[in-house]
Ligand binder design. Sequence first.
Ligand code: R5P
Length: 295
Amino acid sequence: MANLPLAKKVAKELGVELGKVEIIRFADTEARVWMEEKVAGQNVVLLQPFSPPVDQNLVEFLLLADALRRGKPKKMVAVVPYFGYARQDKIFRPGEALSAQVVANLIEGACFEKLITIHLHSLGILDFFKIPVVHLSTASLLSQTLARLKGKNENWVAVAPDKVALAEVKKVAESFGFAAAYVEKTRDLSQKDKPKALGLVGEIKGKNVFMFDDLSSTGGTIVGGAKLLKEAGAKKVMAALTHMVVPEAAERIVQEESVDKLLITDTINYTGPKLKKMEIISVAPLLAEAIRKSI
Ligand code: R5P
C-alpha cells in the first residue's frame, strides 16, 4: 500500500476498519495481492496514490482492484489522492504518449464506478474519464493554515509558480481578498526536470507571498520562483504544495533561504527527515467527506 498512514486516518474519520489484504513481492519484484477481506455486497473504497515508485504503485492498484472486483462488491470507488503521469496531459511533441489518458483508461478499465482525486495537474484530465470524477481542491485546507500563521494587518499576495497553477491560486486569493500573481516559467522539453523562472506578472514589492502549486518533484520550480520573488522585493515567502512527490525536493526547498515556510499535505506519504520549516497538513477529513457523499 502506497499510503497506509493516510488510509488509516481516512478509515478512522469514517469510523470503519481497514480491509485485510496481503501484498507480497517475489524475487523478480512481481507483486501478489490477496484480498483476505470478504467484500461481497459491500461498498468498497481503494485508496492508493500513484506516487514513486509510480509504475509499481499503479500496477499494485490495478491488481488490488481486480481482487476486489472478483469479490463481487456492491460499489467500487477509487481514491487516488495523487494522480501520477498527470503532467503528460497533452501531446507536446509528435510521437509522445498521452500518459494521463492511458492512466485514466486503466482506472476505468478496473471497473470503478467513481474516482475521487485531489488537485490534478490540469483540469483537462477530467475529460479523459467517462465515470464521474470528484476532483477535490486543497486551496481551503492550505488557506486555513495560512490564516493561522499570518499576522494581522500583513499584506499578502497569492502567487502561482507558473500560469497553469493560477486557477487554484486565484481560489486562495479570492478567499482572503488578496491579489493574485504568477511566475513565468519555461521548460526545455529536451532537458528533463529543469524549469526556468523567467519573470513575474503582478505586484510583489513589500508583500508577503503565498506560493501555491500542485506538486514538487525536484523542488526547482519553487526554489527558482522564491528567488525571483525575493529579488522582486517580497518579504516572507510561504510555499504550499499539495503533493510532495519526492522527499528530497522538500529538503531542497527548505534549504533555500528565500523560502521561509513550506506547507505540504499527506496525499503522498512523506518519508524524508523532519524539517523545521515544513508542516504537513492531512487531507483525511477532505477525503472522508467526499467518500461519505459518494457511497
Ligand atoms: C508543473 O508544471 C507542475 O505544476 C510543477 O510546477 C512542477 O512539476 C514542479 O516540479 P519541480 O519540483 O521538479 O520543479
